[in-house]
Design a binder for this molecule. Sequence first.
Ligand SMILES: CC(C)(COP(=O)(O)OP(=O)(O)OC[C@H]1O[C@@H](n2cnc3c(N)ncnc32)[C@H](O)[C@@H]1OP(=O)(O)O)[C@@H](O)C(=O)NCCC(=O)NCCS
Length: 141
Amino acid sequence: MILEKIVNKDDANKLFYIEKKIFKNEAYSLKQIEEIIFMENYTSYFIKEKDIISGYIIIFDNSEAFEIMKIGVLEENRKTGIGKKLINKIKEKEKNIFLEVRETNISAVSFYLANDFKKVGIRKNYYNNKENAILMLFSKK
Ligand SMILES: CC(C)(COP(=O)(O)OP(=O)(O)OC[C@H]1O[C@@H](n2cnc3c(N)ncnc32)[C@H](O)[C@@H]1OP(=O)(O)O)[C@@H](O)C(=O)NCCC(=O)NCCS
């Protein structure tokens, strides 16, 4: 399995395809993806096996810390360690990592807890449907 940086328009199309499969009506639009991948403070990676993409991660670097904006693994490839490999790539760097996750996204919360993230706060009514976000942190120290 290899990690590959997402860099050009062709990658943006591929990312949009997989993003839609995973996040459906909550997916970023192609325009949003194109904007994000060319912004200086964002870094994104695909994870591939024999040229087939099974997941991706989008990171925002606010210089103090990283924020995980999105992480997704295709349903048929989940629970095989792909998400962990994506997270580990970000953990290599000497920075704390934080994220917001929907309170109802039990599998993602379990995934982050299993990867040494801690629940550090709640953002009330954070999402459009008034759902709360859980704020989670992986601390380097
Ligand atoms: C969250 C997500 C990225 C995890 O990816 P994954 O490749 O399945 O995760 P891994 O196989 O690396 O799992 C690592 C560990 O996390 C935990 N974990 C992962 N999925 C879990 C689940 N559904 N329920 C409970 N624990 C889970 C387990 O402890 C697992 O280790 P194990 O398989 O040895 O038990 C994936 O479920 C996904 O794409 N979900 C939909 C998109 C999403 O909600 N993204 C997060 C919000 S942006």
